[in-house]
Write a protein that binds this ligand. Structure first.
Ligand SMILES: NC(=O)c1ccc[n+]([C@@H]2O[C@H](COP(=O)([O-])OP(=O)(O)OC[C@H]3O[C@@H](n4cnc5c(N)ncnc54)[C@H](OP(=O)(O)O)[C@@H]3O)[C@@H](O)[C@H]2O)c1
Length: 237
Protein backbone atom coordinates (compact mmCIF):
# COMPACT_ATOMS: atom_id res chain seq x y z
CA UNK A 1 0.00 0.00 0.00
CA UNK A 2 1.40 3.42 -0.97
CA UNK A 3 2.05 5.48 2.21
CA UNK A 4 0.54 8.64 0.71
CA UNK A 5 -2.55 6.88 -0.70
CA UNK A 6 -6.12 7.57 0.40
CA UNK A 7 -7.20 4.71 2.70
CA UNK A 8 -10.67 3.35 2.06
CA UNK A 9 -12.42 2.70 5.39
CA UNK A 10 -15.61 0.77 6.13
CA UNK A 11 -17.23 1.81 9.42
CA UNK A 12 -19.16 -1.08 10.96
CA UNK A 13 -21.75 0.08 13.48
CA UNK A 14 -21.87 3.43 11.66
CA UNK A 15 -25.37 4.39 12.91
CA UNK A 16 -24.31 4.10 16.59
CA UNK A 17 -22.86 6.76 18.90
CA UNK A 18 -19.22 5.89 18.23
CA UNK A 19 -19.89 5.10 14.57
CA UNK A 20 -21.45 8.50 13.87
CA UNK A 21 -18.59 10.28 15.61
CA UNK A 22 -16.00 8.23 13.68
CA UNK A 23 -17.65 8.88 10.30
CA UNK A 24 -17.67 12.66 10.93
CA UNK A 25 -14.04 12.51 12.06
CA UNK A 26 -12.90 10.52 9.02
CA UNK A 27 -14.76 12.82 6.64
CA UNK A 28 -12.54 15.66 7.85
CA UNK A 29 -9.32 13.79 6.96
CA UNK A 30 -7.46 14.00 3.67
CA UNK A 31 -5.85 10.53 3.91
CA UNK A 32 -8.88 8.49 5.05
CA UNK A 33 -12.23 8.11 3.29
CA UNK A 34 -15.41 6.44 4.51
CA UNK A 35 -16.45 4.10 1.68
CA UNK A 36 -19.06 2.02 3.56
CA UNK A 37 -21.35 2.64 6.54
CA UNK A 38 -22.50 -0.74 7.80
CA UNK A 39 -25.40 -1.17 10.23
CA UNK A 40 -27.08 -4.13 11.92
CA UNK A 41 -28.68 -6.61 9.53
CA UNK A 42 -26.41 -5.73 6.60
CA UNK A 43 -24.06 -8.37 5.16
CA UNK A 44 -20.59 -7.34 6.26
CA UNK A 45 -18.83 -9.35 3.52
CA UNK A 46 -20.96 -7.83 0.74
CA UNK A 47 -20.40 -4.32 2.07
CA UNK A 48 -16.63 -4.80 2.27
CA UNK A 49 -16.35 -6.28 -1.22
CA UNK A 50 -18.70 -3.76 -2.86
CA UNK A 51 -16.93 -0.78 -1.30
CA UNK A 52 -13.40 -2.14 -1.92
CA UNK A 53 -12.57 -1.18 1.67
CA UNK A 54 -8.94 -1.55 2.77
CA UNK A 55 -9.60 -0.91 6.46
CA UNK A 56 -12.58 -1.80 8.65
CA UNK A 57 -13.36 0.12 11.85
CA UNK A 58 -15.63 -2.01 14.03
CA UNK A 59 -17.75 -0.15 16.61
CA UNK A 60 -20.69 -2.49 17.12
CA UNK A 61 -21.74 -4.59 20.07
CA UNK A 62 -19.68 -6.45 22.70
CA UNK A 63 -18.99 -9.96 21.49
CA UNK A 64 -19.17 -9.23 17.75
CA UNK A 65 -15.68 -7.80 17.28
CA UNK A 66 -13.69 -11.01 16.84
CA UNK A 67 -16.01 -12.51 14.21
CA UNK A 68 -16.09 -9.22 12.31
CA UNK A 69 -12.28 -9.03 12.46
CA UNK A 70 -11.99 -12.57 11.09
CA UNK A 71 -14.40 -11.79 8.23
CA UNK A 72 -12.43 -8.67 7.35
CA UNK A 73 -9.11 -10.50 7.27
CA UNK A 74 -10.58 -13.30 5.12
CA UNK A 75 -11.51 -10.60 2.59
CA UNK A 76 -8.12 -8.85 2.74
CA UNK A 77 -9.39 -5.95 4.89
CA UNK A 78 -7.31 -4.67 7.81
CA UNK A 79 -9.41 -4.55 11.00
CA UNK A 80 -9.39 -1.92 13.74
CA UNK A 81 -11.67 -3.36 16.41
CA UNK A 82 -12.86 -0.74 18.91
CA UNK A 83 -15.79 -2.92 19.98
CA UNK A 84 -15.58 -4.20 23.56
CA UNK A 85 -15.01 -7.81 24.48
CA UNK A 86 -12.35 -9.24 22.16
CA UNK A 87 -10.54 -11.74 24.41
CA UNK A 88 -6.79 -12.31 24.46
CA UNK A 89 -7.31 -15.71 22.77
CA UNK A 90 -9.47 -14.18 20.05
CA UNK A 91 -6.88 -11.44 19.58
CA UNK A 92 -4.15 -14.08 19.15
CA UNK A 93 -6.26 -15.93 16.56
CA UNK A 94 -6.76 -12.69 14.60
CA UNK A 95 -3.03 -12.01 14.82
CA UNK A 96 -2.21 -15.46 13.38
CA UNK A 97 -4.73 -15.14 10.57
CA UNK A 98 -3.43 -11.67 9.68
CA UNK A 99 0.19 -12.85 9.60
CA UNK A 100 -0.73 -15.82 7.40
CA UNK A 101 -2.20 -13.34 4.94
CA UNK A 102 0.48 -10.66 5.24
CA UNK A 103 -2.03 -8.24 6.77
CA UNK A 104 -2.25 -6.21 9.98
CA UNK A 105 -4.75 -4.52 12.24
CA UNK A 106 -5.35 -3.59 15.84
CA UNK A 107 -7.73 -4.46 18.68
CA UNK A 108 -8.25 -1.31 20.75
CA UNK A 109 -10.26 -1.70 23.95
CA UNK A 110 -9.91 2.07 24.52
CA UNK A 111 -8.79 4.76 22.06
CA UNK A 112 -8.10 7.45 24.68
CA UNK A 113 -4.65 8.81 25.43
CA UNK A 114 -5.52 9.24 29.11
CA UNK A 115 -6.64 5.62 29.52
CA UNK A 116 -3.46 4.38 27.84
CA UNK A 117 -1.36 6.43 30.28
CA UNK A 118 -3.50 5.27 33.23
CA UNK A 119 -2.89 1.66 32.20
CA UNK A 120 0.86 2.22 31.95
CA UNK A 121 0.86 3.66 35.48
CA UNK A 122 -1.26 0.71 36.67
CA UNK A 123 1.17 -1.80 35.19
CA UNK A 124 3.96 -0.15 37.16
CA UNK A 125 2.00 0.11 40.42
CA UNK A 126 0.73 -3.50 40.12
CA UNK A 127 4.29 -4.78 40.39
CA UNK A 128 4.61 -3.25 43.86
CA UNK A 129 1.06 -3.40 45.29
CA UNK A 130 -0.25 -7.00 45.38
CA UNK A 131 -3.78 -5.79 46.28
CA UNK A 132 -5.69 -3.70 43.77
CA UNK A 133 -9.28 -3.36 42.60
CA UNK A 134 -10.88 -1.54 39.67
CA UNK A 135 -14.07 0.53 39.89
CA UNK A 136 -15.48 1.36 36.46
CA UNK A 137 -18.43 3.74 36.20
CA UNK A 138 -20.58 4.27 33.11
CA UNK A 139 -23.97 5.62 32.06
CA UNK A 140 -26.98 3.31 32.09
CA UNK A 141 -26.88 2.83 28.30
CA UNK A 142 -23.65 0.80 28.41
CA UNK A 143 -24.51 -2.74 27.34
CA UNK A 144 -21.48 -4.71 28.55
CA UNK A 145 -20.34 -5.24 32.13
CA UNK A 146 -17.52 -5.12 33.13
CA UNK A 147 -16.28 -2.67 30.54
CA UNK A 148 -13.74 -3.77 27.94
CA UNK A 149 -11.37 -1.12 29.28
CA UNK A 150 -11.55 -2.51 32.82
CA UNK A 151 -10.93 -6.07 31.56
CA UNK A 152 -8.00 -4.84 29.50
CA UNK A 153 -6.57 -2.93 32.48
CA UNK A 154 -6.89 -6.03 34.69
CA UNK A 155 -5.19 -8.17 32.03
CA UNK A 156 -2.32 -5.71 31.75
CA UNK A 157 -1.88 -5.55 35.53
CA UNK A 158 -1.89 -9.36 35.79
CA UNK A 159 0.71 -9.59 33.01
CA UNK A 160 2.89 -7.00 34.80
CA UNK A 161 2.75 -9.19 37.91
CA UNK A 162 3.32 -12.35 35.89
CA UNK A 163 0.04 -13.65 37.41
CA UNK A 164 -3.03 -15.46 36.08
CA UNK A 165 -5.63 -12.97 34.82
CA UNK A 166 -8.54 -14.82 36.45
CA UNK A 167 -9.32 -13.26 39.85
CA UNK A 168 -6.10 -11.27 39.93
CA UNK A 169 -7.77 -7.84 39.93
CA UNK A 170 -11.44 -7.64 41.02
CA UNK A 171 -13.61 -5.29 38.93
CA UNK A 172 -16.66 -3.39 40.26
CA UNK A 173 -19.09 -1.98 37.70
CA UNK A 174 -21.40 0.98 38.38
CA UNK A 175 -24.15 1.91 35.88
CA UNK A 176 -26.01 5.12 36.69
CA UNK A 177 -27.71 7.94 34.77
CA UNK A 178 -25.48 11.03 34.80
CA UNK A 179 -22.25 9.08 34.58
CA UNK A 180 -20.34 9.04 31.29
CA UNK A 181 -17.21 6.89 31.51
CA UNK A 182 -14.78 6.82 34.42
CA UNK A 183 -12.33 4.28 35.77
CA UNK A 184 -10.52 4.29 39.10
CA UNK A 185 -7.87 1.77 40.09
CA UNK A 186 -7.18 1.52 43.83
CA UNK A 187 -3.98 0.01 45.18
CA UNK A 188 -4.02 -0.84 48.89
CA UNK A 189 -0.84 -1.12 50.95
CA UNK A 190 0.11 -0.89 54.61
CA UNK A 191 -1.39 2.37 55.88
CA UNK A 192 -1.88 3.82 52.39
CA UNK A 193 -4.07 3.72 49.31
CA UNK A 194 -2.97 4.84 45.86
CA UNK A 195 -5.84 5.89 43.55
CA UNK A 196 -5.32 6.29 39.81
CA UNK A 197 -8.36 7.73 38.04
CA UNK A 198 -9.38 8.55 34.50
CA UNK A 199 -12.47 10.62 33.67
CA UNK A 200 -14.05 10.91 30.24
CA UNK A 201 -16.13 14.00 29.47
CA UNK A 202 -16.85 13.50 25.77
CA UNK A 203 -16.18 11.18 22.84
CA UNK A 204 -13.58 13.69 21.61
CA UNK A 205 -11.05 11.80 23.74
CA UNK A 206 -11.26 8.89 21.27
CA UNK A 207 -10.56 10.90 18.10
CA UNK A 208 -6.74 10.95 18.10
CA UNK A 209 -6.66 7.25 18.90
CA UNK A 210 -9.07 6.29 16.13
CA UNK A 211 -6.96 8.13 13.55
CA UNK A 212 -3.68 6.77 14.92
CA UNK A 213 -5.07 3.20 14.97
CA UNK A 214 -6.29 3.36 11.35
CA UNK A 215 -3.02 4.85 10.09
CA UNK A 216 -0.99 2.31 12.04
CA UNK A 217 -3.16 -0.62 10.93
CA UNK A 218 -2.82 0.38 7.29
CA UNK A 219 0.79 -0.80 7.33
CA UNK A 220 1.10 -3.12 10.37
CA UNK A 221 1.85 -6.83 10.17
CA UNK A 222 -0.24 -8.84 12.64
CA UNK A 223 -3.08 -7.74 14.90
CA UNK A 224 -1.76 -6.20 18.12
CA UNK A 225 -3.69 -5.09 21.18
CA UNK A 226 -4.06 -1.59 22.57
CA UNK A 227 -3.54 1.89 21.24
CA UNK A 228 0.02 2.15 22.64
CA UNK A 229 1.81 0.87 19.54
CA UNK A 230 -0.05 3.35 17.33
CA UNK A 231 0.61 6.31 19.64
CA UNK A 232 4.27 5.38 20.06
CA UNK A 233 4.74 4.79 16.34
CA UNK A 234 2.96 7.79 14.86
CA UNK A 235 3.00 10.41 17.61
CA UNK A 236 -0.17 11.31 19.44
CA UNK A 237 -1.35 14.54 17.84
N1 LIG B 1 -12.54 1.37 22.01
C1 LIG B 1 -13.06 2.46 22.58
O1 LIG B 1 -12.35 3.43 22.93
C2 LIG B 1 -14.54 2.53 22.80
C3 LIG B 1 -15.14 3.69 23.30
C4 LIG B 1 -16.52 3.71 23.45
C5 LIG B 1 -17.27 2.59 23.14
N2 LIG B 1 -16.64 1.47 22.72
C6 LIG B 1 -17.37 0.26 22.32
O2 LIG B 1 -17.77 0.46 20.96
C7 LIG B 1 -18.99 -0.26 20.72
C8 LIG B 1 -20.04 0.70 20.18
O3 LIG B 1 -20.36 1.66 21.17
P1 LIG B 1 -21.55 2.70 20.95
O4 LIG B 1 -21.64 3.49 22.19
O5 LIG B 1 -21.39 3.40 19.64
O6 LIG B 1 -22.80 1.70 20.85
P2 LIG B 1 -24.18 1.94 20.08
O7 LIG B 1 -24.56 3.38 20.12
O8 LIG B 1 -25.12 0.91 20.60
O9 LIG B 1 -23.81 1.63 18.54
C9 LIG B 1 -23.54 0.35 18.06
C10 LIG B 1 -24.07 0.30 16.62
O10 LIG B 1 -23.68 -0.93 16.04
C11 LIG B 1 -24.84 -1.52 15.45
N3 LIG B 1 -24.65 -2.96 15.37
C12 LIG B 1 -24.88 -3.91 16.31
N4 LIG B 1 -24.52 -5.12 15.84
C13 LIG B 1 -24.09 -4.92 14.57
C14 LIG B 1 -23.61 -5.78 13.57
N5 LIG B 1 -23.50 -7.12 13.76
N6 LIG B 1 -23.24 -5.25 12.38
C15 LIG B 1 -23.32 -3.92 12.16
N7 LIG B 1 -23.79 -3.04 13.07
C16 LIG B 1 -24.16 -3.54 14.27
C17 LIG B 1 -25.96 -1.12 16.36
O11 LIG B 1 -27.22 -1.31 15.74
P3 LIG B 1 -28.55 -1.43 16.70
O12 LIG B 1 -28.72 -0.06 17.30
O13 LIG B 1 -29.61 -1.84 15.75
O14 LIG B 1 -28.26 -2.46 17.75
C18 LIG B 1 -25.61 0.36 16.57
O15 LIG B 1 -25.98 1.16 15.47
C19 LIG B 1 -19.35 -0.92 22.06
O16 LIG B 1 -18.83 -2.22 22.12
C20 LIG B 1 -18.64 -0.03 23.08
O17 LIG B 1 -18.39 -0.69 24.28
C21 LIG B 1 -15.30 1.41 22.53
Amino acid sequence: MNSSALRRVAVIGAPGRMGRMACALLEAQTDLAVVARVGRGEDLGDALVRSEAELGLDLTVAGAGAAHGERMLELGVRPVIGTSGVSLDENRALDELARERGLGGLVVPNFSLGVWLLQRACEEAARFFPDAEIVEMHGKHKKDKPSGTALDTAERMAAARDAEVEGSVPIHSVRLPGLYSNQEVMFGGLGEVLRLRHETYSMQCFEAGILAALRYASRALGVGRGIGAAFEDLGVR
